[in-house]
Design a protein around this ligand. Sequence first.
Ligand code: AMP
Ligand code: MG
Length: 364
Amino acid sequence: METKRLLIDDLARKEQALREAAELIRQGEVVAFPTETVYGLGANALDSSACAKIFEIKGRPADNPLIVHVASVPEAKKLVKDWPPEAEICARQFWPGPLTIVLPKADCIPDIISGGLDTVAIRMPSHPLALELIAKAECPIAAPSANISGKPSPTEGEHVWQDFCGKIPLLIDAGKCKVGLESTVLDLSGKTPLILRPGGVTWEQLAAVLGKVELDPAVEGGFLISDSLQPKAPGMKYRHYAPQGEIVLISGHKEQRIAQFISRLNNKKASERMALLCFEETAVALREAAGGVSQPAIAKADLVFLLGSRKNMAEAASRLFKGLRLCDQHKIGIILAEAMEEKGIGRAFMNRLKKAAGYKKDRL
Ligand code: AMP
Ligand code: MG
């Protein structure tokens, strides 16, 4: 199949791309489009065979349900059995935006979307192209992240191109995604709102408007070590967001982090390809540090990817997946990745990093 890549760099192109994409979706095809979180691989959510193509193209396990994207709150209400007050509060406060809510599903939702569950996950994205596409297609759009299952999510059109060129008819390429991490998944089908996946909307923001909000204990880690702790969002149980190389998390206070980086770099074997995913402040400190005779330790790294300043957690979050993908391109075997504090967007950043590391005890 030939994949058309429509770059959105002016208004005329935008209209044409949206018209073509909406038409393909109506015909039961799958197209890739940008959202503010990551790129999505979208199909008509009310068409089972169109949705089946998403699973096939991505290599996504059938028990991992899809998020349904809508362009308005009334549209969301049609997809669920009940619209509780918490859903109304969340929609008013955080939609359009990076928050997905899980509610008991209406009969119109095909089983393939919900992976056998009796709930459905819904989101209204804020990216204008995503909103316009849903409106033009005149149907809700089921769209998981547009990456081959298991790989880091795509935050640029180029990432989608790398994974799906020749496998989908159309990619709408609008450059970089602003948030760069997937949406927060919030389960509102139980007694207490429960975060199934941390993401673009933080726990703190949700608690401020909903009061008590819990975090699925499986999310914080350990479920790959203990079978008894299974996450409620099926997708969270898979090793995910992962580059080919092994990730070593570098945590602790500043001096500890610097010492770990230096020790790992100085003990690097000649045959090993090593990358650093670190903050600018750390890179500066490493450049100043002497490793071996007079060479700074950082010069021993085969790739240094800067996450931005430690003061700007949102920027680091938006750059993480790009960094992980770059490691694959540079055939990196060991990735030394700098940790950040698990609060605000840092919770989602660390969740992705730990999952990419495989949640192995000895790597945490
Ligand atoms: P992705 O579309 O790749 O960003 O992944 C969507 C995430 O939402 C996965 O972790 C899914 O398992 C989760 N999810 C989707 N639908 C539901 C649902 N009905 N209940 C719980 N989790 C869900
Ligand atoms: Mg995904």
